[in-house]
Design a protein around this ligand. Structure first.
Ligand code: NAP
Length: 674
């Protein structure tokens, strides 16, 4: 493989680092040079300014949906050129299967955020947070929380173990939020990140200044950060501490998201004796997590806890499976586990194994000193440690060997298991293998506050499980304490990290104008045509249909009650209804009100409105009595596109009585022709 010179991407230009900054990056397979990398000579202050002044405004001019479509194009561009990336992946020590998580998992994250963005965010620039808060009796003064894009730059500092996914899982929510980014991959595997980044630039869908790349140190970048910027860091606790305590971070209140290392645990439930499916599933998961990516995953299982009486069986079963793992050149078909990223990392892992052993554990499988794989490569046999006294062996809970290493340890009872799991002082993920709902409940309540994600696996869900070690774009990734206290992804939750929440107080009309969204009490406009006859693109937010009114009679109530079987006292028994603290007499069924509302606003013929897909936020506010009349105002509240050829219109439905009191309100969702 030819030694590549990696380039930085600054102010929309590819630039080499100056000669003195260049370092050689070795292949994990044989130590031969893969690339030269460096960022010396870059104008870091200028890059940050360019992001804020060029990238930010360009992204903020786009709506959430525009940006979501851009993410989709980026994800598809990565997939279209994935073979180039797989080729470069081997030199990081990874097998093709390992690379799949990184490369296709990364592209999938972009696609997932794209689809979430189009389904769950408005085609607008402002995101509403929660409902309108009434602040005055008349309703003329209200409060609404809104999210708007930060106006700074996101600095993404990534760990070496996911050169593609690590970049994309941060870029997806950042770009969707409308914030430009400077990406700084870990040097050790930067050749793969650089090409994935290049693929995105060459896709031609990113506005100028939206993304920049630093393949080396970040120079004086931190000195130039401001209150609108955000640092999102993934890596070791030691580096996080160094960066998080930079004086500018504290002085300017720069947001700092930290995803650090984590001593994740997996627990065999007290019920899961040898011979149960849960026992086998546990053993399989521990071995998978030890060996995928040679154990270089922040979410890998470092501590395997089992009931004391089953520890020997657990140890034997794991050892047995580990003997079947073929360690070697990741390009070879039969290889199950490749190399660590480089020899330095392997030596570090060996040191950590020695620390855990010195604290009272012993190696029960694998030999850290055994020579495996091609010469010059960073190969290591998977190593299983056993700590018989887990409370005495502090290092098993404190020291992270970032490689194919795990420690098995016994627990006495469930309470002891919870305490040992929490002894990791905060983790990214914990898995529990149990078929007992009681054990699951007690464990989750005892431990959830210490762990960012928890899987409860048993014979019924294991087939479908996404696995202990897989963070998912729709779920939050991050954990308290040792894990960094950060939170990433989690669908739209992750987007909000790159936005500012502001409480806006004003009239409904003003808030509608500010947010460009329909707000109850805000302006509505009647259009000369029934809105059900309009395609989604022809509808504007605030377009309204005001229906005729209809009187509801006692006969209607009787008919509905006998037709449906809903003969609840409040509709059928005058005396009982009167005696209740809620009604003055027999009232119209809420469901009848909804049905009559549909009868008032529906336009029946086939057209752009294809189907009613649901009601949300339904509230009955004022009882409707026989002889009262009702009318409906149906208003376009929001529109969004679905994947495929349809869209969703969210309608605000407000039902009033003859005195203009609101009887009921809800959101109606319809599937529409765009
Ligand atoms: P690391 O040594 O802490 O490096 C992380 C990143 O920080 C790299 O990009 C590194 O760049 C950069 N960096 C180091 N010193 C810096 C400085 N003074 N200023 C700015 N940037 C600096 O971690 P790693 O070895 O790459 O990754 C392994 C660790 O990451 C493990 O502990 C693992 O548990 C953790 N991890 C956590 C997560 C998570 O989501 N929580 C995910 C993956 C990995 P250079 O490479 O150029 O030095």
């Amino acid at each position: 493989m030819k030694t590549a010179q990696l380039l930085n991407y600054a102010r929309d230009r590819w630039l080499p680092g100056d000669a003195v900054s260049l370092v050689e990056l070795p292949s994990a397979i044989d130590g031969s040079p893969v690339a030269l990398t460096g960022s010396g000579g870059l104008d870091f202050a200028g890059m940050a300014t360019y992001a804020r002044e060029v990238g930010g405004p360009a992204l903020r001019r786009m709506t959430f949906h525009d940006r979501a479509r851009m993410l989709k194009a980026l994800g598809l561009a990565i997939l279209a050129r994935k073979e180039e990336l797989y080729e470069l992946n081997y030199a990081t020590g990874c097998t093709r299967k390992d690379g799949w998580i990184d490369i296709e998992g990364g592209a999938g994250t972009l696609l997932s955020f794209s689809s979430k963005g189009r389904r769950e965010l408005p085609d607008a620039h402002v995101l509403l947070d929660g409902q309108l808060e009434p602040l005055s009796k008349s309703g003329a003064f209200v409060g609404q929380h809104v999210f708007t894009s930060l106006q700074g730059v996101a600095v993404h500092i990534n760990a070496y173990n996911f050169p593609v996914w690590g970049m994309l899982e941060k870029l997806a929510p950042t770009l969707l939020a409308g914030v430009p980014a400077i990406v700084k991959p870990a040097s050790a595997t930067a050749w793969l990140t650089e090409v994935a980044f290049r693929v995105m630039i060459e896709a031609g869908v990113l506005p100028p200044g939206a993304v920049q790349l630093v393949v080396g140190g970040v120079g004086d970048l931190f000195d130039h950060l401001t209150l609108q910027d955000i640092v999102s860091f993934t890596g070791s606790a030691a580096t996080a501490l160094k960066l998080q305590t930079h004086p500018v971070i504290a002085r300017e209140s720069v947001r700092f998201v930290a995803e650090r290392d984590s001593l994740n645990a997996s627990v065999l439930g007290p019920d899961a004796a040898p011979g149960t499916p849960e026992f086998d599933l546990f053993v399989r998961e521990v071995v998978t997590e030890m060996t995928v990516k040679a154990g270089q995953k922040c979410t890998a299982i470092r501590r395997a806890l089992a009931p004391a009486e089953h520890l020997d069986a657990v140890e034997a079963a794991i050892r047995d499976r580990l003997t079947k793992i073929i360690v070697g050149d990741p390009r070879e078909k039969g290889t199950r586990m490749g190399a660590l990223v480089n020899v330095g990392q392997r030596e570090d892992v060996k040191k950590r194994i020695a620390e855990i052993a010195a604290a009272g554990a012993r190696v029960v499988a694998g030999d850290p000193e055994a020579s495996v794989g091609p010469d010059g490569g960073a190969f290591l046999q998977p190593v299983l440690l056993r700590a018989d006294d887990p409370w005495a062996c502090a290092a098993a809970h404190d020291v992270e060997p970032f490689g194919p290493v795990s420690t098995v340890m016994p627990y006495r009872d469930l309470d002891d298991a919870v305490k040992l799991a929490n002894r990791g002082r905060g983790s990214l993920v914990l898995s529990l293998f149990t078929h007992s709902p009681e054990a699951a409940r007690d464990f989750v309540l005892g431990a959830a506050a210490f762990h960012g994600r928890m899987l409860v696996i048993d014979r019924t869900n294991a087939q479908d499980s996404t696995g202990h070690g897989s963070p998912l774009p729709v779920l939050t990734h991050g954990g308290p304490g040792r894990a960094g206290g950060g939170e990433e992804m989690g669908g739209v939750r992750g987007v909000m990290h790159y936005m500012q929440r502001t409480a806006v107080q004003s009239s409904p009309g003003m808030i509608a104008a500010i947010t460009d969204q329909y707000i109850p009490g805000g302006p509505k406009h009647e259009i000369g045509v029934h809105p059900f006859r309009c395609r989604m693109s022809e509808l504007s937010i605030g377009d309204t249909l005001k229906t005729a009114s209809r009187t509801v009679t006692l006969e209607d109530i009787e008919h509905f009650a006998h037709f449906t079987g809903d003969t609840f006292y409040a509709h059928m028994d005058e005396e009982a209804a009167k005696a209740s603290p809620v009604f003055e007499g027999r009232v119209v069924h809420g469901y009848l009100i909804l049905s009559f509302a549909a009868g008032l606003f529906v336009d029946p013929d086939p057209g752009p409105v294809l189907a009613n897909t649901g009601l949300e936020s339904l509230r009955f506010l004022t009882p409707l009595y026989p002889g009262d009349s009702m009318r409906v105002e149906l208003t376009v509240r929001a529109k969004s596109l679905k994947s495929g050829d349809t869209g969703v219109v969210r309608w605000a439905v407000e039902i009033f009585n003859q005195n203009d009191e609101m009887v009921a309100t809800y959101d109606l969702l319809t599937e529409n022709v765009p």
